[in-house]
Design a protein around this ligand. Structure first.
Ligand code: SAM
Length: 467
């Protein structure tokens, strides 16, 4: 939009730009196109625009051929945009707070990309809302206050390097693309701006570590920038592995000075430090030769035992459980398998699932998996068996018993096994499994089909079926 278009639109709406809503409108059309080009968007992409205002970036985004959902809090602007873009089929305008937008609904519509000239008063919460670890968003481009942009893109040793750079940097490659003077906006803000891009890192790009521990130590480490890390971390309490004398050993292992401060550690060193607090051994997820399973015949009767590796290499029939955990809203918890798993890495799976150990029965295995994978103790969730599947290629030659439980979380999962997890509305999972079956472990898809066929209301099944 040209500056004259913006003035005309504001006059037509009798609107004085609101400081509270951070309304500073971009009036450089070439810049608007260049910003949108950084999304690398095209037909089939699902774009989300935060705060479209009068539509400067919206127009350029529509030119890419992608679908676009624009989230505008100010009703007068949302109504204006509805009139301005009337008849554009690929555009949906939602009047409301972008912080309330349910990003889970984007999973079925991937690839999803987010952009916006963000209102400065709420930039940081918006950033976290759309880029938090469980997001389906794979690329984002944001115009931000320059100071915030510099903090996001900073590296070790710089005064801007801190919690934002490290915590968000673990999931995203963050680049400061361009700084912009205040003069490209109407009205002019008091500070300069900068354009920042976020591209999601590949799942196995960095070593695995426990996310909660990582974030906890990063936050503690940067809580007082002038203090040495050893002092800040030793205040963390019970889980503290920093017994006297131990820190010098750790700092040697990390390749940092004994007296190091938080800003001296690289992302890889923070990950290594998290792994000292909460060790995660990717190899533990594989257990190739130590685990033994019962091998069964076509009637699910035990006929011997074999190692996990032999069972899988030879397609021998064996046994497994899948557990669907629902919350009170009827949403199903799905886990995302760790990128380090030997089978179906980074795929979405049942709330908890696993093989029966040799000699174990199905219900015992289901109880054990709830404890091991989600930290749910047996007395905290009633398990009911809801059905079974016969062994076939799609179940990985497993006879499967499916269980259901109710629990609100939060859950604690082992990072070597599970990368992330979250509750999803059943309708979202239905759309998602139809649009992107490749996102899911095949065993889950079989259990999901069974559950859909037996839960016509889309609510958790009332009573155990059979058995
Ligand atoms: N995209 C337009 C442009 O570049 O000219 C406007 C950008 S202006 C900096 C920020 C926009 O975000 C405003 O239109 C404002 O009304 C809107 N906004 C403010 N808070 C919001 C929120 N919580 N959710 C959605 N939109 C919001």
């Amino acid at each position: 939009m040209k500056i004259s278009d913006i003035r005309a639109a504001l006059a037509e709406l009798d609107l004085t730009p609101s400081k509270t809503l951070g309304q500073n409108f971009l009036h450089d059309q070439n810049l608007a196109r260049w910003i949108v080009a950084q999304l690398d968007a095209g037909p089939g992409d699902e774009l989300i625009e935060i705060g479209p205002g009068l539509g400067a970036l919206t127009e350029a985004a529509l030119e890419t051929g992608a679908n676009l959902t624009a989230l505008e809090k100010d009703r007068r602007l949302a109504d204006f945009l509805t009139r301005r873009f009337a008849g554009r089929e690929r555009l949906r305008i939602i009047q409301g707070d972008a912080l309330e937008y349910d990003t889970r609904t984007l999973w079925p519509r991937r690839p999803a990309k987010v952009f916006g000239n963000l209102p400065y008063y709420v930039s940081t919460p918006l950033l976290f809302h759309f880029t938090s670890p469980d997001t389906p968003v794979e690329r984002a481009v944001f115009l931000l206050q320059r100071e915030l942009a510099e903090r996001l893109a900073a590296g070790p040793g710089s005064k801007d390097y801190g919690i934002l750079s490290v915590v968000l940097g673990r999931k995203w490659r963050i680049k400061l693309l361009k700084t912009l003077p205040a003069s490209v906006f109407l009205p002019e803000p008091k500070v300069d701006s900068a354009l920042v891009s976020f591209s999601q890192r590949k799942p196995d790009e960095l070593p695995v570590c426990d996310t909660r521990t990582f974030e906890k130590i990063v936050r503690a480490g940067f809580s007082q920038r002038r203090k040495q890390l050893r002092k800040l971390l030793s205040a963390l309490g019970d889980e503290d592995p920093l017994t006297p004398g131990h820190w010098s050993e750790i700092s040697k292992r990390l390749g940092i000075a004994d007296t190091a401060r938080a800003e001296e550690l690289s992302l890889l060193q923070w990950i290594a430090l998290a792994n000292i607090f909460t060790p995660v051994e990717p190899a533990a997820a594989q257990n190739g030769n130590s685990e033994r399973f019962d091998v069964v015949n076509e009637n699910d009767q035990v006929i011997g035992t074999e190692t996990r590796a032999t069972v899988h290499a030879n397609g021998l029939w064996h046994r497994a459980v899948h557990i669907f955990v629902f919350n009170a809203r009827g949403e199903l918890f799905l886990q995302k398998r760790s990128p380090w798993k030997d089978k179906h890495p980074s795929k979405w799976d049942s709330s908890a699932a696993g093989h029966l150990d040799s000699g174990e029965d199905y219900t015992g295995a289901a109880r054990r998996e709830l404890v091991e994978e989600l930290g749910i103790e047996p007395d905290r969730a009633e398990l009911s068996e809801i059905g079974s599947l016969s062994a076939c290629g799609a179940t990985g030659w497993e006879f499967v018993r499916i269980y259901q439980a109710c629990h609100e979380g939060p859950f604690r999962w082992p990072a070597a096994e599970i990368e992330w997890g979250g509750f999803f509305p059943v309708e979202t999972i239905r759309e998602w499994t139809e649009a992107h079956p490749e996102d899911f472990a095949p065993g889950f898809l079989e259990c999901w089909r069974f559950w859909r066929a037996n839960a016509p209301t889309g609510k958790p099944l009332d009573a155990p079926a059979g058995r």
